[in-house]
Design a protein. Structure first.
Length: 200
């Protein structure tokens, strides 16, 4: 965890990447698809702008997170978070779809064999705490993302730009975006770690 001064340095670096170009993107439809993917994938568990990472951890989680922010620099905070979550949801959904179908679908079986997923599923009981931790973090990421999107879409009659209430909340958005995208990177690392674990 960071100390307060580290938090300020990190936040300043993240805010420095923020250079929205004025495009207004309706992220709600994409967020609904992401929620569907995570909900359906979570129900599969028994009992990109892709984020690419190295096996067993992303080497430098902060550096990877900063790279994601640099890639998404021209977008608003809500669009940054939704797009990072969308990239992760593709990998997450694919992982669980193949894991679910590999016994009954020849294509899924071939992909599962290449990804060595049967070995992972055979060790499900041993790995269940990891699956549950990832699922809990995904839920938290979705909740925070929904709050960021909902805040941006609040009608002016409820909260006006420049008021103390608006400013107090708005200053927290970059921090929430940072920790959400950092969590995306951590979850991606864990999924890749599970796949790499079966390669040993």
């Amino acid at each position: 965890m960071f100390s307060t001064s580290d938090d300020n340095v990190v936040l300043n670096q993240i805010v420095a990447t923020h250079a929205p170009d004025g495009r207004d993107i309706d992220v709600k439809p994409l967020l609904l698809v992401i929620k569907d993917i995570f909900h359906l994938a979570t129900s599969i568990i028994p009992g990109e702008a892709q984020i690419s990472c190295k096996c067993y951890g992303i080497g430098d989680a902060y550096g990877t997170t900063l790279a994601v922010f640099n890639t998404l620099s021209s977008y608003s905070w809500d669009a940054k978070v939704v797009q990072a979550l969308a990239a992760f949801s593709v990998s997450y959904g694919e992982f669980w779809l193949v894991a679910q179908l590999y016994l009954s679908n020849p294509l899924a079986k071939s992909v599962a064999i290449l990804k060595q997923l049967p070995e992972i599923m055979e060790r499900f009981d041993y790995l269940k705490p990891k699956y549950e931790a990832i699922t809990n973090l995904v839920r938290a990421m979705l909740n925070v993302t929904s709050c960021i999107v909902d805040f941006k879409e609040l009608p002016a009659q409820y909260i006006t730009h420049g008021t103390p209430a608006y400013d107090k909340t708005n200053v927290l958005i970059p921090t929430a975006a940072y920790w959400t995208i950092r969590s995306v990177v951590a979850c991606a690392s864990q999924i890749i770690g599970l796949i790499c674990m079966s390669n040993e």
